[in-house]
Ligand binder design. Structure first.
Ligand code: CTP
Length: 414
């Protein structure tokens, strides 16, 4: 998995005692999928929420817990544990762990490893809203920020204790994105190969209203487009993501415009121009209802079901490809096909007028729709490149790097 920025990175994950600890299991899984190795330390309180067996099954390593366990000290002391890692992540970071970190208290293995480290520390706080807003926690927060600790979250929302407000731990995808952003910044201290380039990306489905409460939609998750936005931003591009309705968090460092319909998506894209690159990954609804009802359609006893008259939506990819002014220098489309993938994609590239097309097989047997893996073929004017089966994140990173190479080759040829 040489494609991932996390490949070969060593993360020391410190799991504090909070209800959000279960989300850390998902985080471990995602980190390992992307090629990172994870060592976990659990505080005594964390054992009340997740078992060391679940953590070690996912991390593929033993779980470290006891400062005075002589076997551990012989194999790997607390100093070595934190020195051996490239990054320390605390998730969930309880009020207690934050307080210990802010005051340099080292009473157990977790707090000792945090005090002994010379590596970056990223923390994902999780606690009751009153604990988070308490002056003591806010003081600790300020202290930790001043000490150079990075934070992801906490988010605002419903809490396990029944209250509402800030204090919920960030989702595993957000923590993962923050970890990736950290390593990307290390990899490209000068700003990355796409620095100075502006990219516009469409993603997700569109919702086309039938009446104020009903709409036409499709099954697009938006995952691929969001992953591309994140990968482009990490390579230094100024990234604008125009997204239809999804449940995904905004990728860090990306300017988001959320829209509902195809027409709104087109207007948002036009407003985002000029751009050097446009990547249309959205599953735009091909049709909308000719005139959506102003009031909710009511069932009338004995009457027939209403017939929906559909009209074609604007084609955003074709519109951007055929612009006479402000056309992005590189316009990339996607071709999701269920048969004759290459043949259809080659024809689609010509029909839409884009420069590249990323073709993939979305027939149900592949599990691509809504899933995490993708097999794609890149169709350019020059020919076809077949990429192996990759996680969508890795497809995004490979595409971002391919774009960066394209611009550096073009520059070299100037
Ligand atoms: N696309 C777009 N606007 C539309 C329809 C599609 O921008 N109204 C873009 C998609 O984002 C994608 C490409 O066009 O990059 C191809 O989408 P696809 O749905 O495969 O193509 P269609 O034109 O709908 O062709 P068909 O459904 O007949 O295969």
């Amino acid at each position: 998995m040489a494609e991932s920025i996390l490949s070969g990175r060593r993360v020391l994950l410190i799991i504090g005692g909070g209800i959000a600890a279960y989300k850390s299991l998902e985080l471990i899984r995602r980190l390992r999928e992307r090629g990172a190795s994870v060592r976990a330390i659990m505080t005594a309180a964390a054992h009340e929420f997740v078992t060391p067996l679940s953590v070690s099954s996912l991390s593929g390593d033993k779980v470290y817990a006891d400062l005075f366990d002589l076997t551990d000290e012989a194999e790997m002391g607390h100093i070595e544990l934190s020195r051996d890692a490239d990054l320390l992540v605390v998730a969930p970071a309880t009020a207690d762990l934050m307080a210990k970190m802010a005051h340099g208290i080292a009473g157990d293995l977790a707090s000792t490893a945090l005090l002994a480290t010379d590596k970056k520390v990223l923390i994902a706080p999780a606690m009751n809203v009153r604990m988070w807003t308490h002056r003591a926690t806010q003081r600790n927060f300020e202290t930790l920020l001043a000490d150079g600790v990075d934070f992801v979250g906490p988010n605002e929302g419903d809490m396990a204790c029944g209250e509402y407000g800030p204090g919920r731990m960030a989702e595993p995808a957000e923590i993962l994105a923050a970890i990736e952003a950290h390593f990307a910044a290390l990899a490209f201290p000068g700003g990355g190969p796409l620095k100075g380039k502006r990219v516009l990306i469409t993603s997700g489905p569109t919702h086309e209203p039938i009446d104020p409460v009903r709409y036409l939609a499709n099954r697009s998750s938006g995952k691929q487009g969001y992953a591309i936005a994140q990968a482009m931003a990490r390579l230094g591009a100024e990234t604008v993501l125009v997204s239809g309705p999804t449940n995904l968090p905004s990728p860090p460092g990306v300017t988001m415009t959320r829209v509902e319909t195809a027409r709104e998506m087109l207007s948002a894209c036009e407003a985002a121009l000029p751009a050097d690159i446009a990547i249309c990954a959205a599953a735009v609804a091909d049709w909308r209802v000719a005139s959506d009802a102003e009031q909710k359609l009511k069932k009338q006893p004995g009457e027939q079901a209403p017939a929906l008259m559909l009209v074609e939506n604007p084609d955003i990819l074709a519109t951007l490809s055929h612009l006479t002014t402000n056309r992005p220098r590189l316009v990339i489309g996607f071709a999701a096909e269920t048969e004759k993938v290459i043949e259809h994609a080659v024809a689609k590239r010509q029909r839409k007028g884009c420069d590249w097309i990323v073709a993939n097989d979305v027939s149900p047997a592949t599990g691509v729709m809504g899933g995490d893996l993708n097999t794609v073929h890149l169709i350019t004017r020059e020919g076809q490149e077949d990429w192996p089966l990759l996680p969508k994140q890795a497809v995004a990173e490979r595409l971002a790097r391919r774009i960066a190479d394209h611009f550096s080759t073009a520059k070299a040829a100037e």
